[in-house]
Design a protein around this ligand. Structure first.
Ligand code: HAM
Length: 435
């Protein structure tokens, strides 16, 4: 009896060709944007010593880590994110690179989360970091890059919210452990638990101002409101956010809200924090987030300014689908069809001529006749068929059939490539961009 087929592990996905094309479309758009902003790509290992992520990621990430021991008993973990790896790499090898160091990476991350639409155990991030630049300038560059990447993909309905973690952390003057607990409760919007925890710390009176500030969202007036609620502790971060807003306008980024309740789920943030939502995604609508953080000192180096973000590419694909962005795979340009067995050698010659010229071309591999070949070419979405018939070939010709219009034209064998290129439409990406 046949056994049940294997399934992929919970929270992981296979990507069929059209799903893969969508992921790759998004990847290309994001990679290109990072390059236009002067970021250089790096790669780090898929697994790291688990200790690296324990240093400062926070309980959220630690509970979700895929950690395991290797055969020598080393404690390892699949990367739940990139930032800790990038800073480790910076400290071990990239410290002497010219500053600011602007790097990005694209790859899969792993978190043991409850899977649902937009939330997976294996997912893909576009992660960008700037190390060693002045703070307002690099924070603005980072936010502008995240927004530009999503626009390049074609997303129009994104919402950017910018806050500053220093505002609440300098008001909540508690030892680091207690402060981290309070910020986590704020991040999870567990306001009742926050109240109880503040009361336990003998600071119940802080609940009102803190919860009010955490709800503030909107234009520059919310900064004044925060200052009047928190007083002196908010002064510096309010000034910072105002200047950051001005710097962002230099990039043409004006369409954002200050959101003073943005806390982020990772423990290493120290300054500006931001999140980007795609409202059409429902529960898992956060497509990206980041901010200024401090990890070089935690991981054994000297302090340096660091700021960055990661965009969840799987959610960007979902969002692009919702917004109707075309992410179709590139069609095969030519499907070569020999008319009769005697034309097979000639057809292969033409096939390889096209492939060597860099055109995508395919041919029958299972002995189908011409009409079945045309059906197949149609089914795989080939743009043209190149029909190689005996009579035409004797005159140095082939027939090129446009599969969309059904129109057939005789073309000299030496001209096939030019004819196909002339007729090839611009790629789907360019079409959406020009639309
Ligand atoms: P994060 O907010 O944990 O930040 O993740 C960034 C993005 O990755 C999220 O906004 C979301 O779109 C996506 N994401 C996270 N978990 C999942 C999941 N289980 N399934 C699908 N998508 C997911 C970071 O990772 C920081 N390292 C960002 C950063 C870089 N901060 C400074 N530099």
């Amino acid at each position: 009896m046949a056994r049940d087929v294997f399934e992929s592990p919970r929270g992981t996905r296979d990507f069929n060709p059209s799903e893969t094309a969508k992921q790759r479309y998004v990847e290309r758009a994001l990679r290109r944007t990072a390059e236009t902003f002067g970021f250089r790509e790096i790669l780090t290992p898929t697994f790291e010593n688990a200790e690296l992520f324990k240093a400062k990621s926070g309980p959220g990430i630690l509970d979700e880590m895929f950690a395991f021991k290797d055969k020598s008993g080393r404690e390892l973990a699949l990367r739940p994110e990139f930032t800790a790896s990038v800073i480790r790499f910076y400290l071990s090898d990239l410290r002497s690179e010219p500053k600011p160091l602007k790097v990005f990476t694209i790859g899969n991350c792993f978190r043991y989360e409850e899977p649902q639409r937009g939330r997976y155990r294996e997912f893909w991030q576009w992660n960008c970091e700037i190390i060693g630049a002045s703070s307002i300038e690099s924070d603005a560059e980072i936010i502008a890059l995240a927004v530009a990447g999503l626009k390049q993909v074609g997303l129009k309905q994104i919402e950017t919210r910018i806050g500053h973690i220093g505002m609440l952390s300098s008001y909540l003057k508690f030892p680091p452990k207690e402060q981290a607990t309070l910020l986590h409760l704020l991040d999870k919007k567990r306001m009742e638990d926050l109240k109880v925890e503040l009361e336990r710390l003998g600071a119940g009176d802080l609940y009102e101002p803190v919860s009010s500030v955490a709800r503030l969202k909107g234009g520059p007036p919310v900064l004044d409101q925060a200052e009047s609620l928190l007083g002196e502790s908010a002064k510096e971060s309010v000034k910072y956010l105002r200047e950051l807003g001005e710097q962002l306008s230099l990039y043409g980024v004006k369409d954002f809200a200050y959101d003073l309740g943005v806390v982020r789920g990772l423990d290493y943030y120290t300054g500006m924090v931001f999140e980007i939502d795609s409202p059409n995604l429902g529960a898992e609508k956060q497509v990206g987030g980041g901010g200024a953080y401090s990890l070089t000192d935690v991981l054994g180096g000297e302090p340096a300014s660091q700021t960055g973000f990661a965009i969840g590419m799987d959610r960007v694909v979902l969002s692009a689908e919702e917004e109707g962005v075309s992410m179709k795979p590139q069609p095969i340009v030519a499907y070569v069809v020999p008319i009769g067995q005697s034309m097979r050698a000639r057809a292969f010659e033409i096939l390889m001529q096209l492939r060597s010229a860099g055109l995508s071309a395919d041919i029958d591999l299972i002995g189908r006749g011409p009409s079945k070949n045309l059906d197949y070419a149609n089914a795989i979405g080939a743009r043209h068929c190149v029909l190689v018939g005996e009579k035409e070939a004797a005159k140095g010709l082939v027939a090129i059939r446009d599969m969309e219009t059904g129109q057939q034209t005789d073309v000299a064998i030496s001209e096939i490539e030019t004819a196909l290129r002339g007729e090839t439409k611009p790629p789907a990406e360019a079409r959406t961009r020009n639309a």
